[in-house]
Design a binder for this molecule. Structure first.
Ligand code: TRP
Length: 447
């Protein structure tokens, strides 16, 4: 495809918002607080921060650099580096595409639930209580219909392309999310019980630091920064050459981590406030009840304590959650769509509809076999495929890429990089430490 027909992010801020939009999603607001709450709070937080800094951030730089060098979809970008083995490049690009599609298929179901929670309070107010109950309670029809609606939203934005769809929406919506978070955190701190949650979140108990914690926190860091499946490669490919990649990656990682941290600052105190108000959150043995439902149980309980304001704040919160999920889901759909567009010579519109619909069918199959398929698809894609693909990208950057070409790519937008600390550490770090460390943690999870 002619390079001038490719989209591009129109500004640096637009890119940061889009990449942060990809990173910030259910992983931050739902996955992170849930895992922190069930893994001892502060212990998880600390290990998570270490994982982001030591493993996820260097890999984010790697993926963005591959994409910007290739200026193409992940398959073609990998081929442009792995010139001696184009078949292997194509193969791993394809696996990444499959992994992205699998993640999107279960992500849409979760995001659909959030749409249900966003709509329910308004229905309640106008007296449609049973409709509101239907939206927030588990059920096949509700799961399918809401996943369908969310998928259509994702398709709608992706089909509009990079600057008009992805960038425009991310830049508008991300700042709103930050502000609402701040307001809710301030509110929850005024409530009884909040300090218990805060203590659990910020005072570490080292007895919780176990191998399982390492595995969970690495997985969480990779998921949260959208690594492994090509989302960041394809966003990198829309990045202008005057952008300083390590700096931009650091900004994106910082925003993502700040949002996850804030989500914990909201959810853990909210748990204890809810407990104070009679909501059961721990069982007799002192374990969190159903950890997956935590956010969906605790937050509505918090909104109930806020009286009539609660309806407005609750609706606002879940609407923003849907938005955060949407700016993430578009980065997942963008992976297979960009591949199909170039490799199969399809228009963006057509590629988006064909692939978006195929993934939707997968979502529906999962929704209808929730008990047997949801966890399975989530585990295969996030516990196995994401870290293993991460190892492959580290090998591509560290071993296969010609060091001078890599340096030249990073020099674009950062001409002094050769003299700095980053270039002294990062190349060998990605070459040795990243693959070994990712594999070591991965081994814990399978053994
Ligand atoms: N990072 C997003 C979240 O935290 C989800 C996401 C978007 C993702 N693109 C991805 C996860 C690619 C893994 C891989 O919700």
């Amino acid at each position: 495809m002619a390079s001038n027909s490719r989209g591009q992010f129109s500004s640096k801020l637009g890119f940061i918002m889009a990449a942060a939009g990809s990173a910030v999603g259910l992983g931050n607001v739902w996955g992170f607080p849930t895992k922190a709450a069930s893994n001892g709070g502060a212990a998880f937080l600390i290990i998570y921060l270490v994982m982001v800094f030591l493993l996820a951030f260097p890999m984010l730089v790697a993926e963005l650099t591959i994409g910007r060098y290739g200026q193409s979809n992940p398959i073609a970008s990998l081929r442009s580096i792995w010139t001696k083995n184009r078949a292997a490049a194509g193969f791993f690009g394809l696996i990444a595409m499959v992994a992205a599609s699998m993640i999107l298929s279960f992500y849409s179901i979760l995001a659909g639930w959030l749409m249900g929670f966003a709509a329910a309070p308004a229905l309640e107010v106008v007296g449609l209580q049973s409709a509101a109950d239907w939206l927030v309670n588990f059920g096949d029809a509700r799961n399918v219909i809401l996943a369908l609606l969310f998928s259509l939203l994702t398709i709608y934005v992706v089909q509009k392309g990079v600057a008009d769809g992805i960038e425009k929406w991310s830049t508008r919506l991300m700042p709103m999310l930050f502000v609402l978070f701040g307001v809710m955190i301030v509110y929850i701190f005024t409530q009884d019980g909040a300090m218990d949650g805060l203590k659990m979140y910020l005072i570490p108990d080292v007895s919780h630091v176990t191998p399982a914690l390492l595995v969970d926190s690495m997985g969480q860091a990779f998921f949260s920064l959208s690594l492994g499946v090509g989302s960041m490669m394809v966003y990198g490919s829309y990045l202008k050459k005057d952008v300083n990649i390590p700096k931009t990656a650091a900004q994106v990682a910082a925003i993502d981590t700040a949002v996850a941290f804030s989500a914990g600052l909201l959810i853990l105190p909210a748990m204890f406030v809810a407990k104070n108000n009679g909501v059961e959150i721990f069982n007799a043995a002192g374990d969190l009840m159903s950890s997956g439902d935590l956010v969906f149980a605790v937050l509505p309980a918090m909104f109930d304590t806020m009286g009539s304001m609660g309806m407005i704040v609750g609706t606002g919160f879940f609407v923003l959650m849907v938005i955060a999920a949407l700016t993430s889901s578009i980065s997942l759909l963008e992976v297979p769509v960009s591949c199909a567009q170039d490799e199969l010579n399809m228009t963006r519109r057509k590629a988006t509809w064909v692939i978006g619909s195929a993934i939707l069918v997968l979502s529906i199959v999962i929704a209808l076999n929730f008990g047997s398929l949801f966890g399975l698809v989530a585990d295969i894609s996030t516990v196995y495929m994401q870290p293993l693909l991460g190892v492959v990208w580290a090998i591509v950057v560290g071993w296969i890429w010609n060091r001078n070409k890599l340096l030249n790519e990073l020099k674009e937008g950062n001409p002094e990089i050769e003299q700095g600390l980053f270039w002294k550490i990062w190349p060998w770090y990605v070459r040795i430490v990243c693959p070994v460390a990712i594999l070591a943690v991965f081994m814990f999870s399978v053994l």
